[in-house]
Design a protein around this ligand. Structure first.
Ligand code: GLV
Length: 332
């Protein structure tokens, strides 16, 4: 019997997903779950036709050139800034991501961070745990209203729209958004969201949430100059990607109370966190868990696996990022 083609799963995934892949492929796994160095990744990818990756693995022209048998890389994430998609297309490597399956879960978490940030959830818990609560007082940890306030959304893809619906329908918020391209009127109406320019968004939002993809163009889309345009009572939440916010500038603005508070699930250079963010009290910090429910993380891993199977067995990936290469330069 001819041996099966080989693939790499670059990080630990659920055992039944591994079994699902083993029905089609020889599977090499990363049992330690430690992130491979670029050199280790290239070494592990030798002889592999496919790989399941996460945001921790950079896949670019150098990897494609060093791994000539590699035909498909399937990110277990909707974001794919760890892929150089144009370089992969040029090399004939198909790339896929995991849209849709995480939209509602990630929007839930975005809203959790808005609530936690506005209502000072972790700050007040730290106070209580530290034994500092010896009497109740009228303005103790008084935060910002969420219901009825103005929700600003920067980046209005699937997740931004799901957050808009929660804000408008669940909390009676006035929703404004800015996006590279404006939504069609029907979608705007369904989300009850009004398109504004970025300056208006910064100026008018009581709670600003970032849900845009990371790109060179979006690097530090929120820095000192943008924070200066926000209300001093405003809050800022980032569930998009590290690097979209200038974390050093944000830490300084939080310390100087130039905005009220921030909630961050993603960081520049994560898992490292800017040390100044660890010492300011008015920030809620979580370790990149916006899509982390078991159901959703399983669905993401399953979709990534199904993309590899569907492409390598039938030539038809489910959620490709560069489908245009299929039959026109894709590696065979
Ligand atoms: C998580 O950050 C993702 O992109 O899915």
């Amino acid at each position: 019997m001819p041996s099966k083609p080989a693939i790499l799963i670059a990080r630990k995934v659920f055992p039944d997903i591994v079994d699902h892949l083993r029905a089609h492929f020889e599977v090499e796994m990363n049992d330690t779950d430690d992130v491979y160095s670029p050199a280790q990744l290239i070494e592990r990818l030798q002889g592999k036709v496919g790989a399941l990756t996460t945001g921790s693995e950079r896949i670019d022209a150098a990897v494609a050139a060093a791994c000539p048998q590699l035909r498909v890389v399937a990110n277990i994430a909707v974001g794919f800034n760890n892929f150089d998609v144009p370089a992969l297309s040029a090399a004939g490597v198909l790339a896929t991501n995991t849209p849709d399956v995480l939209t509602e879960t990630t929007a839930d978490f975005g809203f959790a961070l808005i609530m936690a940030t506005a209502r000072r959830l972790t700050e007040s818990e730290h106070f209580l745990r530290a034994g500092q609560w010896n009497r109740w007082s009228l303005d103790m940890f008084a935060g910002a209203e969420v219901h009825g306030s103005t929700l600003g959304i920067l980046g209005m893809g699937r997740i931004g729209q799901a957050i808009a619906r929660r804000g408008a329908l669940g909390f009676g918020m006035k929703v404004i958004y800015h996006n590279r391209s404006r939504l069609d009127a029907a979608t705007e109406a369904e989300c009850r969201a009004r398109y504004v320019d970025k300056a208006t968004l910064l100026r008018e939002a009581d709670h600003l949430i970032l849900v845009l993809p990371y790109s060179a163009e979006n690097h530090h889309a929120i820095g000192a100059a943008e924070i200066a345009q926000m209300k001093p009572t405003a809050t800022l939440v980032n569930i998009a990607r590290g690097g979209i916010v200038d974390d050093a500038a944000l830490a300084q603005a939080l310390r100087e109370r130039r905005i009220a508070a921030a909630g961050l699930d993603v960081f520049e250079g994560e898992p490292k966190v800017h040390p100044d963010l660890l010492t300011v009290p008015n920030v809620v910090l979580t370790p990149h868990i916006a899509s982390a429910t078991m159901q959703t993380r399983r669905a993401m891993a399953k979709l990534a696996a199904d993309n590899v199977i569907a492409y390598l067995t039938e030539g038809r990936p489910i959620t490709p990022l560069n489908a245009e290469i299929i039959g026109k330069g894709a590696r065979e």
